[in-house]
Design a binder for this molecule. Structure first.
Ligand code: NAD
Length: 474
C-alpha cells in the first residue's frame, strides 16, 4: 500500500486503486485520506510553517537543490512510475522529470532574490521598509496529466518563499507525487513542510481545507468547472487563489510560414501526451493558399506515429487516461463528421486493450463543430481554412478560454501585430513548446488567473509587508 506523506502518524483502513490505462490492470493500492487526515495535515502544516518561514533563503535553496539532484538521479524510475500510472510514453515521462527538476533549480536560485526595498521618506526621522513574507500554509490541487511537473511548478516557489505545502494529487495518478514527497524527506526536507494526501473523494477533503482560515493560499490546476467551485469556496476565508484551468489553443498557419517547421510544431503541440495537455493545439487554422500542402505533410507525419505501450521507448502515442477520455475524443470526431468534416486519418479507438484512440486529422471542419469550442483532450486535429488576418484573429479569440495560442509566420509585421491582438496568456510564435521554468505561464478569461514560472510564480506565494520606522528627533 502507498501511504500518504503526512507529518502525523495515521493508520488508514481505506484504500483506493490506481489502474494502468494501457493494460487496464490495477498497479497500486493507495491510502485514501478523508476530512480527519486533512485536519491533521493542516495542524502539521501550521506548526511546520512557524519554523520553515524562519529558515534563511540559502538554507531553503540548498534543500531544493539537493531535492533536484535526487529527482535527476531517479529520473528513469520516476519516469516509469509516471508512465505506468497515467500512460504517457516513457520518453515524455523522463522528460517531464527533467522539466520538473528545472523548477526546483530555478526557485532555489530565485529564493535568494526575494524582493525588498528601503523607500525614500519625506521625513529625515522615518525609514520606510518593505519586505516579502511567505503567505502561509498552502493547499494545492493538481491534475493527472503532468503528475510531476504540475507539482514541481507549485511546490518549488512555495517552499522557496517560506510557505508550507499540502498537496492533493489527482486520484487517477497520485503515485509520482507521493514519491516526490518521499524524496523530499530523504534529502532532509523537514516533516510537515510538504505533505501529500491522496483521496478518492476530493470534494470532502478539499472542503476541510477551504473552510480552515489557517490555509492562506489555494493553488489549483484542473478544469474550469472545479476551479470556479474552489474560487467560490475560498471566499469565506479570503484565501489568495491562483487557477490554471482549461484551454482551447488555436494553431494558426499563415501563408508565409515555413511549412516544414509549422508541421513539426503541429506534431509537437497536438500529439504530446496524446493531446492531453492544457496548452495542446485544439483547432488548426490554415491559410487556404497552403492548406493542401500543409494537410498532406501533416497527415504523412501522423501516419508515421507509433501507437504503443507507454514503457516502449519507440512509442509516440500511449493510451488516454480513461474510457471517458476515449469517448470524448470519439464524440468530437463523430460530431464533426456528422456536420460534414472528413476523416483524413485515424478516427477510431485502438485495436489493443487499454484506453487507446488513434491519432486523427479531420479536414473541412465546419465552425459549429463542438471540437472548435470544447476542449478535446485527445489526439484529434481539426483543420479549418481562412483567408485574412482579421478573420483568423476573430476566430481564434472567439473561445471562452485564453490559455495558449500559436502562430507561424516569417513576416515581421505579423510577428508583432498578431500576438498583440490575441486574447491569450501564453503565445508561441514559430514555437510549439513555449513553457519554461523562468517564464510566466497562465491564462486569461475562463482559463483562470495567476501565473506560474519566473518571479511571477514566486510572487503568488508572497505577501508584501511595510514597516514604517520612526527614529525620533536627533
Ligand atoms: P479536474 O478538474 O477534474 O481535476 C483536477 C483536480 O481537481 C484533481 O486533483 C481532482 O481530484 C480535483 N477535483 C475534482 N473535483 C473536485 C472537487 N469537487 N473538489 C476539489 N477537487 C476536485 O480536471 P482533470 O480532468 O483531472 O484535468 C484536466 C483539466 O485540467 C483540463 O481542463 C485541462 O485543461 C486542465 N489543465 C490545466 C493546466 C493549466 O496549467 N492550465 C494544466 C493541466 C491541466
Amino acid at each position: 500500500m502507498h501511504n500518504p506523506v503526512l507529518a502525523a502518524p495515521v493508520k488508514l483502513q481505506r484504500t483506493f486503486t490506481v489502474t494502468n490505462p494501457a493494460s487496464l490492470e490495477p498497479i497500486a493500492q493507495v491510502g485514501d485520506c478523508g476530512p480527519e487526515e486533512a485536519r491533521l495535515a493542516i495542524d502539521a502544516s501550521v506548526e511546520a510553517f512557524g519554523s520553515w518561514r524562519r529558515t534563511t533563503a540559502y538554507e531553503r535553496a540548498a534543500l531544493l537543490m539537493k531535492w533536484r539532484e535526487r529527482l535527476l538521479a531517479e529520473q528513469q524510475a520516476l519516469g516509469e512510475l509516471l508512465s505506468r500510472e497515467m500512460g504517457k510514453p516513457i520518453r515524455e515521462s523522463t522528460g517531464e522529470i527533467a522539466f520538473s527538476a528545472t523548477f526546483l533549480e530555478y526557485y532555489a536560485e530565485e529564493a535568494k532574490r526575494l524582493p525588498g526595498a528601503l523607500v525614500p521618506s519625506q521625513s529625515g526621522q522615518k525609514r520606510l521598509l518593505v519586505s516579502s513574507e511567505p503567505v502561509g500554509p498552502v493547499y494545492a490541487v493538481t491534475p493527472w496529466n503532468f503528475p510531476a511537473s504540475m507539482v514541481a511548478r507549485k511546490v518549488a516557489p512555495a517552499l522557496a518563499a517560506g510557505c508550507t505545502f499540502i498537496l492533493k494529487p489527482a486520484e487517477l495518478a497520485p503515485l509520482t507525487a507521493l514519491r516526490l514527497a518521499e524524496l523530499w524527506l530523504e534529502v532532509g526536507g523537514p516533516e510537515g513542510v510538504f505533505q501529500v494526501l491522496p483521496t478518492s473523494d476530493p470534494a470532502a477533503l478539499t472542503k476541510v481545507m477551504m473552510d480552515d482560515a489557517r490555509i492562506r493560499k489555494l493553488t489549483f490546476t484542473g478544469s474550469t468547472a472545479v476551479g470556479k467551485s474552489l474560487a467560490k469556496q475560498s471566499a469565506d476565508t479570503l484565501k489568495r487563489v491562483s487557477l490554471e484551468l482549461g484551454g482551447h489553443a488555436p494553431f494558426i498557419v499563415f501563408d508565409d510560414a515555413d511549412l516544414e517547421q509549422a508541421v513539426e510544431g503541429a506534431m509537437a503541440s497536438k500529439f504530446r501526451n496524446a493531446g492531453q495537455t492544457c496548452v495542446c493545439a485544439n483547432r488548426f487554422y490554415v491559410h487556404q493558399n497552403v492548406l493542401e500542402e500543409f494537410s498532406e505533410r501533416f497527415v504523412e507525419r501522423v501516419r508515421a506515429l507509433k501507437v504503443g505501450q507507454p514503457l516502449d521507448p519507440q512509442t509516440d502515442i500511449g493510451p488516454l487516461v480513461s474510457a471517458a477520455a476515449v469517448k470524448k475524443a470519439n464524440d468530437h470526431v463523430q460530431d464533426a463528421v456528422q456536420r460534414g468534416a472528413r476523416v483524413a486519418i485515424g478516427g477510431k479507438s485502438g485495436d489493443q486493450p487499454g484506453h487507446y484512440y488513434s491519432p486523427t486529422v479531420l479536414t473541412g471542419v465546419p465552425g459549429a463543430a463542438r471540437i472548435n469550442s470544447e476542449e478535446t483532450f485527445g489526439p484529434v486535429a481539426p483543420l479549418v481554412s481562412f483567408t485574412t488576418d482579421a478573420e483568423v484573429i476573430a476566430l481564434a479569440n472567439q473561445s471562452d478560454y485564453g490559455l495558449a495560442a500559436y502562430y507561424w509566420t516569417r513576416d515581421l509585421d505579423r510577428l508583432f501585430r498578431v500576438s498583440e491582438q490575441l486574447d491569450f496568456g501564453l503565445i508561441g510564435v514559430n514555437d510549439a513548446l513555449p513553457s519554461t521554468a523562468q517564464a510566466p505561464f497562465g491564462g486569461v478569461k475562463q482559463s483562470g488567473y495567476g501565473r506560474e514560472g519566473g518571479h511571477w510564480g514566486l510572487e503568488e506565494y508572497l505577501v508584501t509587508k511595510f514597516v514604517s520606522l520612526g527614529l525620533g528627533a536627533k
